[in-house]
Design a protein around this ligand. Structure first.
Ligand SMILES: Nc1ncnc2c1ncn2[C@@H]1O[C@H](COP(=O)(O)OP(=O)(O)O)[C@@H](O)[C@H]1O
Ligand SMILES: [Mg+2]
Length: 248
């Protein structure tokens, strides 16, 4: 479904991704594990198109700060130069860490804003599904989004991404800053949305512990390069992973 080939991304002369290649097959949950500054967000932003958008805007201003080499193939089509909104139409939807939701609007209103391109029925159906995925949101329907806890905001962010009907859902550090209990709730919801809607998921995370049990496969990135990849169980038993990413 998604093929990233030899991706290199430079910010000025700093290399954020260095010849990174990976693959996500339809229906999979794939993890991208790496410590701070490893290049996780840059990869997510390159796949969702935000990087190409930044690059085009800078070129219009006469700058040449961002350079991208390599290509991204989605459903057999080269989308390396495709604009982010076109990628959303093709089903690639990014839910960023701490997605800027509308803090003054209620949870319900936030869903409606996200679904402005969808019919009311579609939005309601997705909302019902999201509420089954994230039961804690049900009693918070009318609460201002700004008053939600970190975990609840993350649930809302993923829920909002669901309204756009993703085929490939990109989650950049969805567990960041959450308590272990909240992490588990979010992990369970991601597994459920993958099983029940067949949505393919690529998610990034700093630590291996919460994600390796839930993923089909994972890639480990260090300094913009892939260092390891394998199935969840393979990586869980890998001594290098144990030492570096279990954060004990
Ligand atoms: N907009 C930017 N301008 C300059 N350097 C950046 C920018 N975004 C990321 N970088 C650099 O690229 C590298 C990878 O960053 P990032 O993708 O944010 O890593 P991660 O999400 O894994 O923490 C880091 O060295 C970071 O400083
Ligand atoms: Mg990041």
């Amino acid at each position: 479904m998604l093929e990233v080939n030899n991706l290199m991304v430079f910010f000025e002369n700093a290399l954020a991704l260095n010849g990174l290649s990976l693959e996500v097959r339809e229906g999979e949950i794939v993890g991208l594990i790496g410590s701070n500054s490893a290049g996780k967000t840059t990869l997510m932003n390159t796949v969702s198109g935000l990087i190409i958008d930044m690059k085009i805007k800078e070129m219009r201003k006469g700058g040449q700060r961002i350079t991208v080499y390599g290509n991204i193939i989605y459903d057999g089509e080269d989308i390396t130069e495709t604009a982010p909104n076109q990628r959303v139409k093709k089903g690639i939807v990014l839910s960023r860490e701490r997605h800027p939701i509308f803090p003054e609007s209620s949870v319900m209103e936030n869903f409606k804003i996200a679904g402005y391109l969808r019919s009311k029925t579609e939005v309601r159906e997705t909302m019902d599904f999201v509420f089954t995925l994230f039961p804690p949101l049900v009693k918070l329907k009318n609460r201002k989004a700004g008053f939600l806890s970190g975990g609840e905001q993350q649930m809302l962010a993923i829920g909002r991404a669901m309204v756009v009907r993703p085929k490939l859902l990109l989650l950049d550090e969805p567990l960041l800053g959450l308590s272990p209990l909240m992490q588990k709730a979010v992990v369970d919801a991601i597994v459920n949305l993958n099983r029940e809607s067949g949505i393919t998921v690529l998610l990034s995370e700093q630590f291996a512990r919460p994600v390796l049990p839930m993923v089909d496969r994972a890639y480990v990135v260090e300094n913009g390069m892939l260092t390891l990849s394998g199935t969840g169980p393979e990586l869980m038993n890998n001594p290098e992973i144990k030492a570096a990413y279990f954060g004990v």
